[in-house]
Write a protein that binds this ligand. Structure first.
Ligand SMILES: C[S@@+](CC[C@H](N)C(=O)[O-])C[C@H]1O[C@@H](n2cnc3c(N)ncnc32)[C@H](O)[C@@H]1O
Length: 230
């Protein structure tokens, strides 16, 4: 019945597949999307390219998953790489409960730290990471015709909509990110079809980051913008 009323299948089943793993989900969290696998793949690439040449990485890779929702990004990488220690943050307390359950399910709980609050406000001033990954809300138009009705009606608005200028938003994130990255560390954000350009401009304005580079998805859209802390 609920399915007939448009409830997404993942919510009906209370689980979703992501990066080869099953994540518990409910209406309080975004259903993990295949697009976000490009963000995880970019994190995986950085780890593989840096784990032997980056001094100190053998002691643990500090990863920050900002706006973790179900925890799919940070948990997938912690599951892939036993040296990853993940900090997962979200402003939504129910989302963090899902992330906690999913970390337990995938046996990475002891390498995960969970914090509730607004973006970087949950970090200590001196905390540093090797990788900061973020899939923020990035739908800029609440009436975007590209947004399926089922998404609008059933997924949390907090996870979907960006109600401010995207370039200013990504700039704020990127500027904060550099102050929490080790030199050589990576900041990568997921973008939508109309936020790739603002995100790239934002990253390019942060002098402590290399120029923003992109990852394209299977249909050629820019999906991830990333830069390296100088
Ligand atoms: C697009 S969802 C991504 C969720 C998950 N990382 C994923 O990829 O499936 C954005 C997430 O950002 C969180 N969020 C929204 N505003 C936030 C804020 N001010 N501070 C921290 N997290 C926030 C939402 O609760 C949501 O879980």
């Amino acid at each position: 019945m609920k399915r007939e009323q448009g409830l997404p299948l993942a919510y009906a089943l209370e689980r979703a597949e992501f990066y080869g793993l099953t994540f518990e989900v409910g209406p309080e969290v975004l259903i993990p999307r295949s697009e976000t696998e490009f963000l995880v793949a970019q994190g995986d690439k950085w780890i593989k390219e840096n784990r032997f040449k980056y001094k100190g990485l053998e002691n643990g890779i500090q990863l920050l998953d900002l706006g973790c929702g179900s925890g799919c990004v940070g948990i997938a990488l912690a599951h892939l790489h036993p040296t990853v220690k993940a900090t997962l943050t979200d402003v939504s307390a129910p989302a963090l409960e899902y992330a906690h359950e999913n970390a337990k399910r995938h046996q990475v709980l002891e390498r995960c730290d969970f914090r509730t609050g607004d973006w970087f406000s949950v970090l200590k001033r001196r905390e540093r990471f090797h990788i900061i990954l973020c899939n923020p809300p990035y739908v800029t138009d609440r009436d975007d015709p590209a947004l399926a009705q089922a998404v609008k009606e059933h997924e949390p608005s907090l996870a979907l909509f960006l109600d401010e200028d995207p370039q200013e938003f990504y700039f704020r994130l990127a500027r904060k990110a550099v102050s929490h990255l080790y030199s050589g560390g990576m900041f990568a954000v997921e973008v939508g079809y109309d936020t790739a350009w603002p995100a790239r401009c934002a990253l390019n304005k942060v002098n402590a980051l290399t120029r923003g580079r992109e990852v394209h998805d299977f249909i050629g859209l820019e999906r991830v913008i990333w830069g390296i802390r100088r």
